[in-house]
Design a protein around this ligand. Structure first.
Ligand SMILES: C[S@@+](CC[C@H](N)C(=O)[O-])C[C@H]1O[C@@H](n2cnc3c(N)ncnc32)[C@H](O)[C@@H]1O
Length: 274
Protein backbone atom coordinates (compact mmCIF):
# COMPACT_ATOMS: atom_id res chain seq x y z
CA UNK A 1 0.00 0.00 0.00
CA UNK A 2 1.17 3.54 -0.74
CA UNK A 3 2.95 5.38 2.06
CA UNK A 4 0.52 7.54 4.01
CA UNK A 5 0.73 11.30 3.77
CA UNK A 6 -0.06 12.95 7.05
CA UNK A 7 -3.39 14.69 7.02
CA UNK A 8 -1.92 18.09 7.89
CA UNK A 9 0.19 17.87 4.67
CA UNK A 10 -2.87 16.95 2.67
CA UNK A 11 -4.72 19.79 4.35
CA UNK A 12 -2.09 22.40 3.66
CA UNK A 13 -1.86 21.46 -0.02
CA UNK A 14 -5.61 21.71 -0.45
CA UNK A 15 -5.72 25.01 1.42
CA UNK A 16 -3.25 26.44 -1.06
CA UNK A 17 -4.79 24.92 -4.13
CA UNK A 18 -8.49 25.18 -3.61
CA UNK A 19 -9.42 28.04 -1.34
CA UNK A 20 -10.21 30.30 -4.30
CA UNK A 21 -12.00 27.70 -6.42
CA UNK A 22 -15.67 28.46 -6.97
CA UNK A 23 -18.12 26.64 -9.24
CA UNK A 24 -19.15 28.44 -12.41
CA UNK A 25 -22.53 26.73 -12.52
CA UNK A 26 -24.63 27.80 -9.54
CA UNK A 27 -28.36 26.98 -9.58
CA UNK A 28 -30.65 25.39 -7.01
CA UNK A 29 -29.33 21.98 -5.94
CA UNK A 30 -28.81 20.04 -2.74
CA UNK A 31 -25.26 19.38 -4.00
CA UNK A 32 -24.04 22.99 -4.09
CA UNK A 33 -22.12 22.76 -0.81
CA UNK A 34 -20.01 19.84 -2.03
CA UNK A 35 -18.73 21.51 -5.18
CA UNK A 36 -15.42 22.61 -3.55
CA UNK A 37 -14.78 19.01 -2.51
CA UNK A 38 -15.52 17.83 -6.08
CA UNK A 39 -12.70 20.10 -7.25
CA UNK A 40 -10.33 18.79 -4.59
CA UNK A 41 -11.18 15.15 -5.33
CA UNK A 42 -10.68 15.54 -9.09
CA UNK A 43 -7.15 16.82 -8.41
CA UNK A 44 -6.38 14.29 -5.67
CA UNK A 45 -7.74 11.13 -7.32
CA UNK A 46 -7.09 12.07 -10.96
CA UNK A 47 -9.75 9.70 -12.26
CA UNK A 48 -9.24 8.39 -15.79
CA UNK A 49 -12.99 7.79 -16.00
CA UNK A 50 -15.63 9.58 -13.93
CA UNK A 51 -19.30 8.53 -14.13
CA UNK A 52 -22.25 10.28 -12.52
CA UNK A 53 -25.57 8.50 -11.95
CA UNK A 54 -28.14 11.30 -11.54
CA UNK A 55 -27.30 14.72 -12.96
CA UNK A 56 -30.52 16.77 -13.19
CA UNK A 57 -29.42 20.44 -13.55
CA UNK A 58 -25.77 19.31 -13.39
CA UNK A 59 -24.53 21.26 -10.38
CA UNK A 60 -22.36 18.34 -9.28
CA UNK A 61 -21.46 17.24 -12.82
CA UNK A 62 -20.40 20.69 -14.02
CA UNK A 63 -18.25 21.13 -10.89
CA UNK A 64 -16.46 17.86 -11.70
CA UNK A 65 -16.06 18.90 -15.34
CA UNK A 66 -14.80 22.38 -14.41
CA UNK A 67 -12.19 20.80 -12.13
CA UNK A 68 -11.33 18.16 -14.74
CA UNK A 69 -10.63 20.84 -17.35
CA UNK A 70 -7.75 22.29 -15.33
CA UNK A 71 -5.93 18.94 -15.04
CA UNK A 72 -2.84 18.41 -17.18
CA UNK A 73 -4.44 15.21 -18.52
CA UNK A 74 -8.20 15.47 -18.11
CA UNK A 75 -10.03 12.17 -17.69
CA UNK A 76 -13.24 11.14 -19.44
CA UNK A 77 -16.52 12.18 -17.81
CA UNK A 78 -19.98 10.64 -18.31
CA UNK A 79 -23.33 11.88 -16.99
CA UNK A 80 -26.21 9.41 -16.99
CA UNK A 81 -29.80 10.44 -16.38
CA UNK A 82 -33.18 10.05 -18.03
CA UNK A 83 -33.49 13.83 -17.56
CA UNK A 84 -37.13 13.25 -16.77
CA UNK A 85 -36.91 13.39 -12.96
CA UNK A 86 -38.27 11.11 -10.27
CA UNK A 87 -40.45 11.17 -7.17
CA UNK A 88 -37.75 12.79 -5.04
CA UNK A 89 -36.29 15.29 -7.52
CA UNK A 90 -39.74 15.95 -9.03
CA UNK A 91 -40.64 15.50 -12.68
CA UNK A 92 -39.29 18.21 -14.97
CA UNK A 93 -39.50 19.28 -18.59
CA UNK A 94 -37.18 19.21 -21.61
CA UNK A 95 -35.70 22.64 -20.85
CA UNK A 96 -33.55 21.05 -18.14
CA UNK A 97 -31.75 18.72 -20.55
CA UNK A 98 -31.42 21.46 -23.18
CA UNK A 99 -29.62 23.66 -20.63
CA UNK A 100 -27.31 20.82 -19.53
CA UNK A 101 -26.47 20.17 -23.20
CA UNK A 102 -25.64 23.85 -23.61
CA UNK A 103 -23.40 23.86 -20.52
CA UNK A 104 -21.71 20.67 -21.66
CA UNK A 105 -20.47 22.23 -24.91
CA UNK A 106 -17.55 23.75 -23.01
CA UNK A 107 -16.45 20.28 -21.89
CA UNK A 108 -17.39 18.22 -24.95
CA UNK A 109 -13.74 17.20 -25.57
CA UNK A 110 -13.98 14.84 -22.59
CA UNK A 111 -17.62 14.83 -21.43
CA UNK A 112 -20.52 12.70 -22.69
CA UNK A 113 -24.17 13.02 -21.67
CA UNK A 114 -25.96 9.67 -21.84
CA UNK A 115 -29.71 9.89 -21.74
CA UNK A 116 -31.38 6.73 -20.38
CA UNK A 117 -31.66 4.69 -17.21
CA UNK A 118 -28.64 3.68 -15.17
CA UNK A 119 -29.31 0.02 -16.01
CA UNK A 120 -29.43 0.78 -19.74
CA UNK A 121 -26.02 2.52 -19.50
CA UNK A 122 -24.25 -0.38 -17.75
CA UNK A 123 -23.12 -2.18 -20.95
CA UNK A 124 -21.39 1.02 -22.14
CA UNK A 125 -18.65 0.57 -19.50
CA UNK A 126 -16.10 -2.24 -19.28
CA UNK A 127 -15.58 -4.01 -15.97
CA UNK A 128 -12.81 -2.40 -13.90
CA UNK A 129 -12.85 0.82 -15.95
CA UNK A 130 -14.31 3.51 -13.63
CA UNK A 131 -12.10 5.34 -11.13
CA UNK A 132 -14.77 7.63 -9.69
CA UNK A 133 -18.52 6.97 -9.53
CA UNK A 134 -21.01 9.43 -8.07
CA UNK A 135 -24.37 7.88 -7.12
CA UNK A 136 -27.10 10.52 -6.85
CA UNK A 137 -30.19 8.96 -8.47
CA UNK A 138 -33.33 7.81 -6.71
CA UNK A 139 -32.67 7.76 -2.97
CA UNK A 140 -34.70 4.83 -1.63
CA UNK A 141 -32.65 2.09 0.05
CA UNK A 142 -33.60 -0.40 -2.68
CA UNK A 143 -32.69 1.95 -5.56
CA UNK A 144 -29.36 3.12 -4.19
CA UNK A 145 -28.40 -0.40 -3.16
CA UNK A 146 -29.25 -1.64 -6.66
CA UNK A 147 -27.21 1.19 -8.23
CA UNK A 148 -24.20 0.47 -6.03
CA UNK A 149 -24.18 -3.30 -6.52
CA UNK A 150 -24.86 -3.20 -10.26
CA UNK A 151 -22.04 -0.68 -10.87
CA UNK A 152 -19.51 -2.15 -8.43
CA UNK A 153 -17.98 -4.56 -11.02
CA UNK A 154 -17.26 -1.52 -13.22
CA UNK A 155 -14.99 0.02 -10.60
CA UNK A 156 -11.20 0.00 -11.09
CA UNK A 157 -8.54 -1.02 -8.55
CA UNK A 158 -8.38 2.55 -7.24
CA UNK A 159 -12.17 2.99 -7.52
CA UNK A 160 -13.96 5.48 -5.28
CA UNK A 161 -17.76 5.72 -4.98
CA UNK A 162 -19.49 8.88 -3.75
CA UNK A 163 -22.97 8.76 -2.20
CA UNK A 164 -25.00 11.92 -1.79
CA UNK A 165 -27.64 12.35 0.96
CA UNK A 166 -26.05 10.03 3.54
CA UNK A 167 -27.42 12.31 6.28
CA UNK A 168 -31.05 12.50 5.14
CA UNK A 169 -33.29 10.39 7.40
CA UNK A 170 -36.50 11.33 5.58
CA UNK A 171 -38.83 8.30 5.43
CA UNK A 172 -38.34 7.75 1.72
CA UNK A 173 -34.54 8.14 1.80
CA UNK A 174 -32.38 5.08 2.46
CA UNK A 175 -28.85 6.14 1.50
CA UNK A 176 -27.93 6.41 5.20
CA UNK A 177 -28.92 2.74 5.71
CA UNK A 178 -26.81 1.46 2.84
CA UNK A 179 -23.95 3.71 3.98
CA UNK A 180 -24.12 2.23 7.50
CA UNK A 181 -23.77 -1.26 5.98
CA UNK A 182 -20.94 -0.42 3.59
CA UNK A 183 -18.64 1.35 6.02
CA UNK A 184 -18.00 -1.90 7.87
CA UNK A 185 -16.58 -3.32 4.63
CA UNK A 186 -14.65 -0.51 2.94
CA UNK A 187 -12.33 2.37 3.90
CA UNK A 188 -14.50 5.47 4.03
CA UNK A 189 -14.96 9.10 4.97
CA UNK A 190 -18.05 11.29 5.07
CA UNK A 191 -19.16 14.89 5.26
CA UNK A 192 -22.16 15.83 7.40
CA UNK A 193 -22.99 19.15 5.75
CA UNK A 194 -24.90 19.52 2.45
CA UNK A 195 -27.18 16.54 3.31
CA UNK A 196 -24.14 14.30 3.71
CA UNK A 197 -21.64 12.96 1.22
CA UNK A 198 -20.02 9.54 1.65
CA UNK A 199 -16.65 8.68 0.10
CA UNK A 200 -16.03 4.94 -0.18
CA UNK A 201 -12.82 3.33 -1.48
CA UNK A 202 -13.97 0.09 -3.10
CA UNK A 203 -10.72 -0.96 -4.77
CA UNK A 204 -7.60 -2.54 -3.23
CA UNK A 205 -5.44 0.50 -4.13
CA UNK A 206 -6.00 3.79 -2.35
CA UNK A 207 -4.69 6.86 -4.17
CA UNK A 208 -1.95 8.39 -1.94
CA UNK A 209 -3.57 11.83 -1.74
CA UNK A 210 -6.87 10.52 -0.41
CA UNK A 211 -5.36 7.81 1.80
CA UNK A 212 -5.04 10.07 4.86
CA UNK A 213 -8.80 10.55 4.94
CA UNK A 214 -9.65 6.90 4.77
CA UNK A 215 -7.40 5.50 7.45
CA UNK A 216 -8.81 5.08 10.92
CA UNK A 217 -5.42 5.77 12.50
CA UNK A 218 -5.60 9.40 11.36
CA UNK A 219 -6.40 11.57 14.36
CA UNK A 220 -10.10 12.34 14.59
CA UNK A 221 -9.35 16.02 15.14
CA UNK A 222 -7.47 16.24 11.80
CA UNK A 223 -10.35 14.59 9.96
CA UNK A 224 -12.65 17.05 11.70
CA UNK A 225 -10.49 19.94 10.45
CA UNK A 226 -10.82 18.59 6.91
CA UNK A 227 -14.61 18.37 7.32
CA UNK A 228 -14.79 21.82 8.77
CA UNK A 229 -12.70 23.28 5.94
CA UNK A 230 -15.01 21.92 3.25
CA UNK A 231 -18.09 22.79 5.29
CA UNK A 232 -16.91 26.41 5.30
CA UNK A 233 -16.14 26.45 1.57
CA UNK A 234 -19.53 24.86 0.90
CA UNK A 235 -21.23 27.52 3.03
CA UNK A 236 -19.53 30.15 0.90
CA UNK A 237 -21.04 28.58 -2.27
CA UNK A 238 -24.48 28.58 -0.61
CA UNK A 239 -24.07 32.27 0.14
CA UNK A 240 -23.16 32.93 -3.51
CA UNK A 241 -26.29 31.03 -4.56
CA UNK A 242 -28.53 33.04 -2.24
CA UNK A 243 -26.96 36.27 -3.43
CA UNK A 244 -27.33 35.33 -7.10
CA UNK A 245 -31.02 34.51 -6.72
CA UNK A 246 -31.73 37.10 -4.04
CA UNK A 247 -32.92 34.50 -1.53
CA UNK A 248 -33.43 35.61 2.06
CA UNK A 249 -32.04 33.00 4.47
CA UNK A 250 -35.23 33.22 6.60
CA UNK A 251 -37.42 32.12 3.68
CA UNK A 252 -36.04 28.93 2.16
CA UNK A 253 -37.63 27.68 -1.04
CA UNK A 254 -40.10 24.80 -0.70
CA UNK A 255 -37.70 22.08 -1.89
CA UNK A 256 -35.01 23.36 0.47
CA UNK A 257 -37.47 23.41 3.36
CA UNK A 258 -38.28 19.68 3.08
CA UNK A 259 -34.57 18.79 2.83
CA UNK A 260 -33.84 21.01 5.79
CA UNK A 261 -36.46 19.15 7.83
CA UNK A 262 -34.80 15.85 6.90
CA UNK A 263 -31.46 17.25 8.01
CA UNK A 264 -32.88 18.45 11.34
CA UNK A 265 -34.39 15.01 11.96
CA UNK A 266 -31.03 13.37 11.23
CA UNK A 267 -29.24 15.72 13.64
CA UNK A 268 -31.84 14.97 16.34
CA UNK A 269 -31.39 11.24 15.76
CA UNK A 270 -27.60 11.54 16.03
CA UNK A 271 -27.96 13.61 19.19
CA UNK A 272 -30.26 10.99 20.76
CA UNK A 273 -27.80 8.20 19.83
CA UNK A 274 -24.97 9.88 21.84
C1 LIG B 1 -31.09 14.13 -7.04
S1 LIG B 1 -31.16 14.35 -8.76
C2 LIG B 1 -29.47 14.61 -9.16
C3 LIG B 1 -28.92 15.88 -8.59
C4 LIG B 1 -27.60 16.35 -9.16
N1 LIG B 1 -26.53 15.39 -8.94
C5 LIG B 1 -27.22 17.72 -8.68
O1 LIG B 1 -26.05 18.05 -8.67
O2 LIG B 1 -28.11 18.52 -8.32
C6 LIG B 1 -31.54 12.73 -9.30
C7 LIG B 1 -31.61 12.54 -10.80
O3 LIG B 1 -31.52 11.14 -11.04
C8 LIG B 1 -32.34 10.80 -12.13
N2 LIG B 1 -32.66 9.35 -11.98
C9 LIG B 1 -33.18 8.74 -10.88
N3 LIG B 1 -33.22 7.41 -11.06
C10 LIG B 1 -32.73 7.17 -12.31
C11 LIG B 1 -32.47 5.98 -13.06
N4 LIG B 1 -32.72 4.76 -12.57
N5 LIG B 1 -31.93 6.11 -14.29
C12 LIG B 1 -31.64 7.34 -14.80
N6 LIG B 1 -31.85 8.50 -14.12
C13 LIG B 1 -32.38 8.41 -12.89
C14 LIG B 1 -33.52 11.74 -12.07
O4 LIG B 1 -34.05 11.94 -13.37
C15 LIG B 1 -32.90 13.00 -11.46
O5 LIG B 1 -32.59 13.93 -12.47
Amino acid sequence: MAKLNTLPDALSSLLHNDRDWIPEHIVESAWLEHTPFAAWLMAALEPRVFVELGTHRAVSYMAFCQANLRRANPGKCFAIDTWKGDEHAGLYNEDVFAEVERLNQKYCAFSTLTRGTFDEALPLFADGSIDLLHIDGFHSYEAVSHDFHSWLPKMSDKGVVLFHDTEVRDKAFGVWRLWAELISEYPHFDFHHGHGLGVLAVGPVIAPKIAPLLHPEVAAKDVERFRHHFGELGGEVSRLYRKKFNITPGKPKKNFRSRLLGHIRSLAQRFRAK
